[in-house]
Design a protein around this ligand. Structure first.
Ligand code: PPS
Ligand code: MG
Ligand code: MG
Ligand code: MG
Length: 356
């Protein structure tokens, strides 16, 4: 299946959300960030971007469930009036902006797209789905919120997961990276891109502001050897075990320093040929990885010629609910090096067990 209609809607939704988040960053004021129950931050940008994407998906594919990271519970009380007002203003400004190439008014866009506060809170809550369905979307409206707040990497991440022939797999992935430099080695190179993959059709990078103007650049992971590999890893020490990565790098004979980057921009960078290995091993707190943090990125890398597994070499599970299941870590690499990385991870795990 080509998922052409879904792809068009998803690209348009991610583009609008990226414009919103970029404008929020430039105008973010102090009280526009909340701390969630798990102590992680969420901003007016995360909520408003989820409202925008869910509105578009809800209009274009009303029967599809959405598994979104955020919910509106913290926005409903009197204490949240200022926050709520700002989110409504941002979401409506984004939805009502004039129609661009590839967009349709029936998706809730353009001058007639204004929503009430209640409608927007309810559409944010459409993302509360349990994550088990024959067909569902995943949305991370701002992946890497901490990176977003630092003015560094973050991504708007959308995927479509479908069960076909008994297998639940990601079929479409769209990742908007407003801050990703076109050349990672040159931070002043032009920034921003939309990364798109449809299963069986390859991975592409499109221009962020005009994604329908051209077919985009096809992505293919170059054949790297351990001499020219380097690790891509999280910035936040709490999100993955960076000390373990050092051991794996040694096992692999990698000499280049790691590239640290927030969000699924790591998957996008890898798909484009930067780095070569994204390693995300659990820190031992019992945290379970979320499907929206890996679904679009994993398809993007696979379609660019890479492989994504856990540390046992097994496929990631997108059929268990909002979590990926028990956290065995995530190993992402080009086809040619994935098995060496997996072996190195296994050796490093064995050494860790022996207390070496
Ligand atoms: N303890 C723990 N372990 C592993 N992962 C966690 C943990 N806590 C949070 N998260 C998730 O990490 C998401 C951000 O991942 P990143 O790769 O961007 O991490 S990092 O910021 O680069 O460190 C982040 O996504 P966002 O919340 O969308 O930013 C979280 O879903
Ligand atoms: Mg995330
Ligand atoms: Mg997020
Ligand atoms: Mg978050």
């Amino acid at each position: 299946m080509s998922y052409a209609a879904e792809k068009q809607v998803a690209i348009a939704a991610v583009r609008r959300a990226c414009i919103l988040t970029s404008s929020v960053f430039n105008n973010l004021v102090k009280n526009e960030t909340l701390t969630k129950e798990d102590a992680s931050p969420v901003t007016v940008g995360d909520f408003a971007a989820q409202a925008v994407v869910n509105t578009i998906l809800g209009r274009a594919f009303p029967n599809d469930p959405i598994v979104g990271e955020e919910d509106a519970a913290d926005l409903r009380g009197d204490a949240a009036t200022a926050l709520r007002t700002r989110i409504v203003e941002l979401a409506n400004a984004t939805l009502t902006a004039k129609l661009e190439a590839g967009e349709k008014e029936e998706w809730g866009l353009g001058p007639s797209g204004q929503q009430t506060t209640e409608q927007l809170l309810n559409i944010i809550d459409k993302g509360k789905h349990e994550g088990k369905a024959e067909r569902m979307w995943t949305l991370d409206p701002i992946d890497g919120t901490k990176g977003f707040l630092r003015g560094e990497q973050y991504a708007v991440c959308l995927s479509l997961i479908v069960k076909t022939e008994g297998r639940t797999r990601v079929q479409l992935g769209v990742i908007g990276c407003p801050n990703l430099p076109s050349d990672l080695s040159n931070p002043s190179s032009p920034r921003g891109g939309i990364f798109v993959a449809v299963r069986g059709e390859g991975a592409y990078e499109l221009p962020l502001h005009d994604p329908f103007s051209a077919p985009g650049r096809r992505l293919s992971i170059p054949k790297l050897t351990t001499d020219n590999l380097n690790l891509l890893e999280s910035v936040e020490k709490a999100h993955s075990k960076l000390s373990f990565n050092e051991v794996v790098a040694k096992e692999l004979g990698i000499t280049k320093p790691p590239t640290r980057m927030d969000s699924q921009a790591k998957y996008a960078a890898l798909a484009r040929g930067d780095g070569g290995v994204y390693l995300r091993m659990p820190t031992g707190t019992g945290y379970r990885e979320k499907i929206w943090d890996h679904a679009p990125g994993s398809l993007l890398v696979e379609e660019a010629g890479g492989k994504v597994t856990d540390s046992r070499g097994e496929d990631l599970r997108f059929d268990l609910g909002r979590d990926l299941g028990e956290n065995y870590g995530v190993i992402v690499a080009g086809e040619g090096v994935h098995s060496s990385v997996l072996d190195a991870v296994k050796r490093a795990l064995a050494k860790e067990k022996q207390g070496q």
